[in-house]
Ligand binder design. Structure first.
Ligand SMILES: Nc1ncnc2c1ncn2[C@@H]1O[C@H](COP(=O)(O)OP(=O)(O)O)[C@@H](O)[C@H]1O
Ligand SMILES: [Mg+2]
Length: 347
């Protein structure tokens, strides 16, 4: 008697990861239909990207996973490509109306300073005269509202029922932190998170922007997948610290964006060194040169080293990122340099 049934098929498919991501194809909702007839299996998957490379990889891996089931007969895997509801122009990633460039700031590991880089880059771009927005896509652990001192602000809606972003230091902001009462991390289930992410990108009245910076959560999970599948990104900036543990995860993030054809604009190394105010000596607290070595190895640009500066943390905690609060600090000048590179790379 064959032990193959709907459950064993699902279980076997849930070992197949979406290319480049930590999430599997079943939990991401790609499995549309399973038909088991005796020992024969037919499954139908639905994809929201028209990238044929991704469809091919998933097809091959799903087929292999099912063929590995004991006592299996014929296996047929069909993949349908369907535009996500939120993609108005058809299949695959689409532009955000009125926005010239959408730029994601990502990392593999948490706590490496992604939000700090995203916030200060946005400020430096705005200071140079570019119309800039910053969207906090870390739905579970938002920090942009706090960093800009706006945790008590509540956004309002326009006539078309779109959320009007909060304006701070010339940057248009959206963050879950503006919607939560106590700023506590949002406990939300997968589909809700995807919905919020879509709303932040599509139902916010961003207006005409030169740059919309997306502050992503760490890792390669749902939110990242939703974003790369539905939004046309001009590029991504990867933030890491110099340690190997952070670099390993940065590599994963870079590979995820590579697989989905998003250009990696480069690596920023944060917390690179500390200059002791007493003796003026440089201390490489987390080691040195990891970011630039990794960038060279992966053939992506190295965008700069941000020193560890107590001012950076203080400024972030008190609601005025360092570029606004201490424009002459060493860290601020690195962020301004980063903004200049972006301004030249993405016109
Ligand atoms: N270069 C830096 N110098 C000092 N503190 C920093 C620096 N970069 C980040 N921090 C602090 O480290 C903590 C984590 O940074 P954050 O930007 O929130 O990381 P992530 O978004 O990657 O989780 C924050 O308290 C932040 O102020
Ligand atoms: Mg963050």
């Amino acid at each position: 008697m064959s032990s193959i049934n709907q459950d064993s098929v699902r279980q076997s498919l849930s070992t197949v990861k979406y290319p480049g991501f930590s999430r599997d194809i079943v939990s991401f909702g790609l499995l549309r239909d399973v038909a088991v007839s005796g020992s024969d299996i037919g499954v139908q998957l639905v994809l929201s990207t028209n990238d044929t490379g991704i469809a091919k990889t998933i097809h091959a891996e799903a087929t292999a996973a099912l063929q590995a089931l004991a006592g299996v007969g014929r296996v047929s895997v069909k993949i349908d490509v369907q535009a996500p509801a939120s993609s108005p122009t058809g299949v695959g990633p689409s532009r955000i109306e009125g926005v010239k460039h959408v730029l994601a700031v990502a990392s593999g590991k948490g706590g490496v300073g992604k939000s700090t880089v995203a916030a200060n880059l946005a400020l430096a771009l705005a200071q140079s005269g570019a119309r800039t927005g910053l969207c906090d896509c870390d739905i579970h652990g938002p920090s942009i509202a706090l960093m800009f001192g706006g945790a008590n602000e509540r956004p309002t809606a326009d006539d078309e029922n779109r959320i009007i972003p909060i304006e701070r230091h010339g940057v248009s902001l959206m963050s879950m932190g503006f919607l939560l009462d106590d700023g506590s991390p949002a406990v939300l289930r997968g589909p809700m998170v995807t919905r919020y992410t879509q709303q932040f990108l599509r139902q916010v009245a961003w207006g005409n922007l030169d740059y919309l910076i997306l502050d992503l959560p760490p890792g390669t999970g749902d939110i990242q997948l939703t974003i790369v599948q539905t939004v046309a990104l001009s590029g991504t900036i990867i933030v890491t610290t110099p340690q190997e543990v952070a670099l390993i995860d940065a590599r994963k993030a870079i590979s995820m964006f590579g697989k989905t054809n998003v250009p990696v604009l480069g690596i920023v190394e944060n917390m690179s060194f500390f200059v002791c105010p007493g003796d003026g000596k440089r201390y490489d607290i987390f080691g040195s040169g990891g970011g630039s070595r990794e960038a060279a190895k992966l053939r992506v640009a190295f965008l700069g080293e941000v020193p560890i500066e107590p001012l950076v943390r203080e400024a972030g905690d008190t609601g005025r990122p360092v570029v606004a609060a201490h424009p002459n600090s060493a860290a601020a000048s690195v962020f301004k340099g980063l903004a200049e590179k972006i301004l030249t790379d993405l016109k």
